[in-house]
Write a protein that binds this ligand. Structure first.
Ligand code: NAD
Ligand code: TYD
Length: 339
């Protein structure tokens, strides 16, 4: 079996490659990645010289390049993680989100039609459902919840999902879609909440909490997400959407306090800054369908996952130190300078 993983030099894609190498050592894995600011080849060091692994630098929106790769490699399974993934960047500049997340998905779908695959899996997000009110803890996103996006990022991800469904209905392409809640764990780029707060706390820098910090996210340890995708690819029904989440709802402010406590840093580092535009209040997944259909359940409790994650950032300072000391500083200044 030959599996193409797009966006495999990013956070979840790289964790998925490591997961698949353990689970299916007989598979050939090809990672296709453009290496944007979020892609880091060093992350793939542990597998780079494995015989059953190949890295190809390419843009999923570059039709000619993608067709050429399919022509040579003929993957059986394609798992698309490649995306612009940060909501704040999408608010600043939506264009690249449409190019990569929508047009790039279309190029991959066309390549799959043209060359034939056993499965195309689209890694989507719970953000396509919009948000839930804080005062209705009884409400959850199910696979039937209507798409109702808030940010240019979520709008681009929802558009890609609709294209996947259209290619299934119109051309019979064997697609599946997963919509996961917020992930955390090793190799997450430090622009996202958890690694950003760990990095700032370690440097005794202010921890920028948007608004009051009361927004709720449903946190899932990245390995649990990888396990769910693996199950969907191998046992899921084509044309089906699977929600992935683990009833791990947390307020941002509480996460920040846990990180400070674990690192032995004072809460005085918390700084409330201007809120994100259109900030979604609460995400919460109902994972009963994937549980009943595929037997998936998350294995990692938040209190254990966050400890492992903090430990990883403590032990891998050079991985994220290289990032925060480079171009990221300009981003940070632009994003947080006047907040
Ligand atoms: P990431 O930003 O860490 O990584 C994205 C990767 O895609 C990078 O390696 C980047 O170089 C690559 N990439 C970007 N544009 C590309 C292009 N045009 N062609 C080829 N490669 C390109 O993202 P992540 O957090 O690992 O997210 C992976 C996927 O999971 C995304 O599709 C995202 O929407 C989805 N998702 C993420 C979360 C989360 O909490 N991080 C939750 C649910 C779903
Ligand atoms: P983020 O990690 O960007 O994920 P998403 O927006 O996709 O859920 O943000 C998680 C939550 O943390 C979100 O409510 C915004 C908030 N947040 C902050 O308060 N401060 C920050 O510096 C960042 C990056 C996020």
């Amino acid at each position: 079996m030959k599996m193409m993983v797009t966006g495999g030099a990013g956070f979840i894609g790289s964790n998925f490659i490591f997961y698949e190498q353990e689970k299916h050592p007989e598979y050939q894995i090809i990672c296709l990645d453009k290496l944007t600011y979020a892609g880091n080849l060093a992350t793939l060091d542990p597998v780079m010289h494995e015989e059953n692994f190949k890295f190809i630098k390419a843009d999923i929106a570059d039709r000619e390049a993608v067709y050429e790769i399919f022509e040579t490699e003929h993957p059986d399974i394609v798992v698309n993680f490649a995306a612009e993934s940060h909501v704040d960047r999408s608010i600043e500049d939506p264009g690249i989100f449409l190019t990569t997340n929508v047009m790039g998905t279309q190029v991959l779908l066309d390549a799959c039609r043209r060359y034939g695959v056993l499965r195309y899996h689209q890694v989507s997000t719970d953000e396509v459902y919009g948000d839930l009110p804080l005062d209705r803890p009884d409400l959850f996103f199910t696979e039937q919840t209507p798409l109702h996006t808030s940010s240019p990022y979520s709008a681009s991800k929802a558009s890609a999902d609709l294209l996947c469904n259209a290619y299934h209905r119109t051309y019979g392409l064997p697609i599946t879609i997963s919509r996961c809640s917020n992930n955390y764990g090793p190799y997450q780029f430090p622009e996202k909440l958890i690694p950003l707060m760990i990095a700032n706390a370690l440097a005794d820098k202010p921890l920028p909490v948007y608004g009051e910090g009361l927004n709720v996210r449903d946190w899932l340890y990245v390995e649990d997400h990888c396990a769910a995708i693996d199950l969907i690819i191998h046992n899921g029904q084509t044309g089906q959407v699977y929600n992935i989440g683990g009833h791990n709802e947390m307020r941002n402010i509480d996460i920040v306090k846990i990180i400070l406590e674990q690192l032995g840093k004072p809460e005085s580092l918390i700084t409330h800054v201007k809120d994100r535009k259109g900030h979604d209040m609460r995400y919460a997944i109902d994972p009963s369908f994937i549980h009943e259909e595929l037997g998936w359940l998350p294995q990692t409790k938040f209190r254990d996952g966050i400890k492992k994650t903090i430990q990883w950032y403590l032990e891998n300072r050079s991985w994220w130190g290289n990032i925060v000391n480079g171009e990221y500083q300009t981003y940070y200044e632009r994003m947080y300078g006047n907040r």
